[in-house]
Design a protein around this ligand. Structure first.
Ligand code: URP
Ligand code: ZN
Length: 489
């Protein structure tokens, strides 16, 4: 038979194996994995030239086209520019957020609104988590319909004025999620303590970007993480703690996992590469690295997070792509500069940084994770956790979408300096500017179509090819059985 595409001479890496295979693609699916050199006829042959061939990256933490929620500004990337950037960086599927603001009583119409923004505009495949900030009875009663539509996860916040839930509201969401087979993501920072710390700093006239980090020290994240674990254990609802930065918080997660609690965790490249010192760059430049939780002190903290990735404390590695333009006085980082506050006002700096395009290259190039572990935390576990597996995150013939990222062989790409102008997002900077990269995707293939070809045209995919992917229940976050009963306590 004649296949549509064969990928030959690659080192195929999945979450379980590293081996030399050739891969045949038919239509949108993986058709065959055959020993290297098997004669295969195809319309198109891609020579991977000894490079790694992996399932396409899945980034489950991407903020696109969101209104002001995390400070003053609105996110810079649209679904078009965000997914364009994703595929150029080897990520074939993103999970973005459908936000509910506190004035809204329902969820379903907000999902539909966000879906309409994404539809026909994406370069890569996409899905949504529902962001819940007002868990009314009506909102909660929308969960079954959302699940039916393929939205099987919600995110809640323990901080940010526009989003923060009280503990009783957290429990309402956790219980409803348990009853509906939904996975709950938690942003764990103590918002009340943050407000108190912010007041203390402001009283002392300390407004510069670097004080963002002082306002959110590790105990704020550690306490909220422990509280989230405790609340989750009350209702036996699995949770995923997002963007963990603190080694102490990671230790609480590890301890809970050791006890057998269904606690999952995510970390991000910013907690492996950036430090508090990045917020203290001259002038207002530190604002470029303002995100929450903030980058921590230094290499010891980074080492602890790398260790957590290696030992399984962290289930997934996402970008938390939440981009704001720097030189934009209306919706960007500079929106907090005024004649009264010439150094800006850290408490209103939009929180978040861009990273959907650089997530995979930064981490793979460091060579600090075994290759299978890299695939596990950047693709396979993400698919399992969020109900995309085995359509995504795997290379199972006849079952998995033909989503691939093809890299250079180790040492096969001359190290180069990252510059924002190389990237495909709609942001005027990258917080990782000037870093030495040793890897970049040579090709990205999405459902059998080459969408990124670094050496022949770069971005070759088309806006609108990306599809909404309906998700099922989590395969990792197994749900508690039976009714929840307060008399059990
Ligand atoms: O600074 C961050 N993390 N911005 C994105 C919003 C969030 O908390 O996920
Ligand atoms: Zn968050």
């Amino acid at each position: 038979m004649e296949y549509d595409i064969v990928v030959v001479n690659g080192v195929v890496v999945t979450a379980s194996d590293v081996a030399e295979y050739d891969i045949a693609i038919q239509g949108e699916k993986i058709a065959l994995l055959a020993p290297k050199g098997t004669p295969l006829r195809a319309k198109k042959t891609i020579d991977a030239k000894g490079g790694y061939v992996m399932p396409g990256g899945i980034d489950a933490h991407v903020h696109l086209q969101e209104p002001p929620l995390f400070g003053k500004g609105s996110t810079a990337d649209t679904f078009e520019s965000g997914t364009r950037s994703a595929v150029a960086g080897g990520t074939t599927t993103i999970v973005a957020f459908a936000p509910q603001d506190k004035s809204k009583e329902t969820l379903m119409p907000l999902f539909e609104e966000t879906y309409a923004k994404a539809k026909d505009n994406c370069y890569g495949d996409y899905s949504f988590h529902m962001l819940v900030s007002n868990p009314t009875q009506q909102a909660i009663s929308d969960l079954p319909a959302l699940k039916e539509a393929g939205v099987t996860s919600v995110k809640i916040y323990m901080t940010y004025a526009a989003l923060q839930l009280r503990d009783d509201q957290v429990l309402d969401v956790l219980l409803a999620s348990r009853q509906n087979g939904i996975t709950t993501m938690v942003h764990a920072e103590n918002g009340d303590v943050l407000n108190w710390m912010t007041k203390q700093l402001e009283k002392r006239n300390l407004h510069a970007p670097k004080y963002h980090s002082n306002s959110r020290p590790q105990p704020l994240e550690t306490e909220a993480t422990y509280r989230a674990i405790s609340l989750s254990s009350l209702v036996a609802e699995p949770i995923l703690i997002v963007h963990v930065s603190s080694p102490t918080a990671a230790q609480h997660i590890r301890d809970a996992q050791t006890k057998g609690l269904p606690i999952y965790a995510e970390t991000c490249p910013q907690y492996l590469f950036l430090t508090k010192a990045d917020l203290d760059k001259p002038s207002f430049e530190g604002a470029k690295c303002v995100c929450a939780p903030p980058p921590r002190e230094g290499s010891e903290d980074h080492d602890a997070i790398w260790k957590g990735l290696n030992n399984g404390t962290f289930t997934i590695l996402s970008s938390d792509h939440c981009p704001f333009r720097y030189d934009d006085a209306v919706t960007g980082k500079k929106s907090v500069i005024s004649p009264e506050y010439p150094v800006g006002r850290f408490q209103y700096i939009p929180n978040g940084i861009a990273g959907v395009e650089t997530r995979l290259s930064l981490v793979l190039g460091e060579d600090r994770l075994p290759l299978q572990k890299f695939v596990e935390v950047t693709s396979t576990n993400v698919a399992k956790l969020y109900g995309l597996y085995p359509r995504k995150g795997a290379l199972i013939p006849g079952v998995s979408d033909a989503d691939l990222v093809i890299w250079y062989p180790k040492g096969g790409l001359a190290p180069f300096e990252l510059k924002n102008e190389m990237l495909h997002h709609d942001v005027d900077y990258t917080p990782f500017e000037g870093r030495t990269l040793r890897q970049w995707p040579r090709y990205t293939i999405l459902r059998g179509q080459v969408v990124w070809d670094r050496e022949n045209g770069g971005l070759v995919g088309k806006k609108g090819y990306g599809q909404f992917v309906k998700r099922g229940e989590s395969l990792l976050a197994l749900k508690a059985q039976g009714e929840w009963n307060p008399e059990d306590f």
